[in-house]
Design a protein around this ligand. Structure first.
Ligand SMILES: N[C@H](CCC[C@H](N)C(=O)O)C(=O)O
Length: 283
């Protein structure tokens, strides 16, 4: 199976151009195999770029554990870059079909190749039960949850996929690597959840670490950064336009008041292409 390795500020995936490739097995089976950083290619998951009836292309995203997600913000910027650079649709404004609907992306080129991509991530979903959470409130802001005998105030947002945002003094390893996975799988979130630990630097600047549903800690999470932008406004901690410093790089975000959409701008990088052999014995 031919693949292309790409990353969006360090959130790296194995991409397959399904306009040209047939998958040798189900994506839920392939994702954990190719994501393995020792026995496979290495990545946070698998992303398929497929034909679409309603857009220039469709993105299907699978986490490293094989679970499919509705949306992937860093992944969508890389899909846009791939579609443009590889002439699937040579347009600087692309429409891409995702589990969160058809989203519009704006490409900035350099030497004829896509470099920066601005994504309209659509409108956040704030009703507790639609995120989904077990909470009835709309929005879910500063909601107390108990994890491992500790109490946390969480603000929950869906960008097509569920996010649990926690503002902290310091996003420590204890919080991200011990509390993160317990929140991911807690009974508060029927479909599990992505967890963002956020340090507020100023009203328009934050630092974020992320424990991702199905992939563990990643260097960046685009839908998570979008959820953080919304949660910052809902809790009165940040303005509608912020700069987010993630471990792998920076994202610019805005929750636009006029159209209620979140806009996210960041890089997308193609690292290498290759040929992957399906292991003889599937686990
Ligand atoms: N783990 C996420 C999908 C990837 C999201 C993240 N990598 C992004 O850039 O938005 C989920 O299960 O909802």
């Amino acid at each position: 199976m031919r693949f292309t390795k790409m990353h969006g500020i360090g959130n790296d995936y194995v991409y397959v151009n399904c306009f040209a490739e047939q998958l040798p097995a189900a994506p839920e089976t392939i994702a954990p195999l190719v994501s393995d950083r020792h026995f496979g290619i290495g990545g946070d998951g698998l992303i398929l770029i497929t034909p679409s009836e309603v857009a220039d292309a469709r993105m299907r995203m699978f986490n490293a554990d094989g679970s499919e997600s509705e949306m992937c913000g860093n992944g969508l910027r890389c899909v846009a870059k791939y579609v443009f650079d590889h002439d699937i649709a040579k347009k600087e404004t692309l429409k891409l079909e995702t589990g969160a609907g058809v989203l519009t992306v704006q490409i900035e080129t350099e030497n004829g190749l896509a470099r920066q991509v601005r994504v309209n991530m659509g409108q956040p979903i704030l009703e507790g039960k639609k995120i989904p959470t077990i909470f009835d409130s709309n929005p879910v802001v500063n909601q107390k949850i108990e994890i491992a005998g500790q109490s946390f105030d969480v603000t929950c947002v869906s960008m097509g996929n569920p996010h649990c945002v926690i503002f902290v003094e310091k996003a420590t390893d204890e919080l991200v690597l011990k509390i993160g996975p317990q929140i991911e799988r807690s009974t508060y979130f029927p479909s599990r959840v992505n967890v963002e630990f956020v340090e507020v630097v100023s009203p328009n600047e934050v630092r974020q670490r992320t424990w991702e549903r199905g992939s563990g800690e990643t260097l960046a999470c685009g839908t998570g950064a979008s959820a953080v932008c919304v949660a910052g406004v809902l809790t009165g901690r940040t303005k509608r336009k912020i700069l987010n410093h993630l471990l792998g790089g920076d994202l610019q975000l805005e929750w636009n008041e006029a159209d209620n959409c979140v806009y996210k701008t960041g890089g997308a990088t193609e690292v290498f292409t290759g040929e992957w052999m399906l292991p003889a014995l599937l686990p």
